[in-house]
Write a protein that binds this ligand. Sequence first.
Ligand code: URA
Length: 272
Amino acid sequence: MTAAHDHTPRQLLDFYLEAGADALVGKEPVDRFAATDAPPPALATRAPESAPSRPDFTRAGPAIQPATAPQATDEAVMAARQAAKGAGTLDELRALLEKFDGCALKGSATQLVFADGNPKAKLMLVGEAPGRDEDIEGLPFVGRSGKLLDRMLAAISFDRTSVYIANIVPWRPPGNRTPTPQETQICLPFVLRQIELIDPDILVCLGGPSAQTLLGIKDGITKTRGRWFTFNSGKREIRAMPTFHPAFLLRSPLQKRFAWRDFLAVKKALVE
Ligand code: URA
């Protein structure tokens, strides 16, 4: 075994990255060993006296708040609905999202990942949330799963000039964790408005979370993939199909044959 001091800073950083520690949680570093005797800072919300005591990680650093308290979530969802309603165009929607501070993910993400593709497309695909590559480039599905998605689209003669791609959540969750239900609810009004503005003929939900969120279904993706659902955009009813997420297909390549079937069905529906 090698001692920690045998590693170069580069190797240590690579180790952190592989372990998923690739996002900042604060703008300034906090030396938590430096001031262990300092009195803890006042917390905005105190646990009741009778609550079991927990280690105080906030000593000598900024008070750590939960990402979104329930009341804050309700307010943020209302603010998001209000903002999204006011967007008459995609550019306005993007500008509103850039200004929107109701979702804590914005604070840890590098930038907004709004969409890619053709706003006039008849086919719209919606994923779950940006990953590391998307966060860096500011575009959805540009990493390994994006490359697979491009190949799947090419197989039915589509590319990013003929489809429109977005995500339920437009900011990368730290370390690529799953967005919380609160984060999803806060971001939902924006993607709903995005779908309404694009007004595609066919909506493809990439993966279970996208399908469950947009189509209001509870079943998992293995049960729902390849089936047609109806998505009501507020403007009209749109045919919608859940299919496997490309990241899942990278891990389970045998399932690609089912995704292939789904994409063929989508292509057929588009030319009908
Ligand atoms: N996974 C997603 O759901 N969306 C992306 O943009 C990238 C990976």
